[in-house]
Design a protein around this ligand. Structure first.
Ligand code: FAD
Length: 281
């Protein structure tokens, strides 16, 4: 593997002071040692973490790190989102992940849904070229998509609206990503689409989450992990091995980068990057 792709790390905004302290004092510095291109911080469904996301983003930026907040309209109006963009701009943030966002359960049927392409248009209208805008992409297709083709058409719409690059939902089948890139190219999408990588930590949670977000864990991986029973150490080692192999295949095939869903943990992301020789690149 000669080429070293850009890596990036995703955090969620911690709920407690202890979680915030750990993220800022331990997790972020440990992962910063791997020289990522940027960190990103998620945004709760319906705007539920608006303040905590802003606080986490600016605290990480104060450590000298490059940070990209995730953003969606949630239930907010243009004035609120416009103000948030201005506050990020004033703090020197120039990268953003623009999303429709998850729709919170119990969301009123009448609530306005703002699709990601509309948010991208809004950001460009309000802030011009200030932000590098990332959008979400789904190699195994978004669970609410009408069809494979329509999902790619809407992805194209996000780039037409002014997005610069994409980050995918996680997947464990590289073929799904390669096929998806081919279909994107056929649809005229030229922007880089970086694979999202989910290290395997808590298998039960991952299996549940995967069912909801439409990401598939291949049967052979499930079988292997279930075969380990309660042997957490074997599951940990197997997870690192499988995800290292996946990343190696993606890099060898020219993936433009790797975006790790860290779940606010240094390991196993650090170990996987080290296995790939990505440390300190
Ligand atoms: P969109 O691109 O708007 O698409 C949503 C659905 O509607 C798709 O099925 C699409 O086919 C369809 N569609 C798209 N545009 C239109 C249109 N104009 N008209 C009609 N239909 C359309 N969720 C969070 O809540 N917070 C986060 O911080 C967060 N971060 C994420 C980061 C990444 C990299 C990824 C891949 C996902 C993330 N998610 C996050 C999950 C994401 O919010 C959900 O998958 C959400 O359901 C869709 O968001 P989107 O931006 O992809 O939506």
């Amino acid at each position: 593997m000669a080429r070293k792709p850009e890596i990036s790390f995703e955090f969620f905004p911690p709920k407690t002071d202890a979680g915030r302290d750990k993220l800022l004092a331990q997790t972020a510095p440990a992962l910063a040692a791997l020289a990522p291109g940027f960190f990103s911080v998620t945004y709760g469904a319906g705007g539920s973490t608006r303040d905590r996301t802003f606080d986490t983003v600016t605290a990480l930026a104060d450590l000298g790190l490059t940070v990209a907040p995730h953003l969606s309209f949630g239930g907010d109006d243009g004035a609120t989102i416009g103000d948030l963009l201005e506050r990020y701009k004033a703090r020197g943030i120039d990268r953003i992940v623009a999303l429709r966002g998850d729709i919170p359960s119990g969301n009123g049927a009448g609530a306005t849904i703002v699709y990601a392409n509309e948010l991208v248009t809004f950001i460009r209208e309000r802030t011009g070229d200030h932000f590098h805008i990332e959008v979400a992409a789904y190699p195994e297709i978004h669970p609410q998509a009408l069809s494979y083709e329509s999902d790619i058409r809407y992805l194209r719409g996000k780039f037409d609206a002014g997005a610069d690059s994409g980050i995918t939902q996680y997947f464990y089948s590289p073929e799904a990503y390669f096929y998806f890139l081919d279909r994107c190219a056929a649809a005229g999408i030229e922007a880089p689409i970086v694979p999202g990588i989910m290290p395997i930590t808590n298998y039960q949670n991952l299996a549940r989450f995967s069912r909801n977000c439409g990401a598939e864990i291949p049967r052979w991986i499930c079988q292997r992990i279930e075969g380990f029973g309660d042997d957490q150490e074997s599951i940990r080692q197997f997870g690192i091995e499988v995800v290292t192999q996946l990343c190696g295949t993606l890099i060898d095939s020219g993936a433009p980068g790797l975006h790790f869903y860290t779940m606010n943990q240094v390991e196993p992301t650090r170990q996987i990057c080290e296995n790939l020789g990505l440390k300190g690149c």
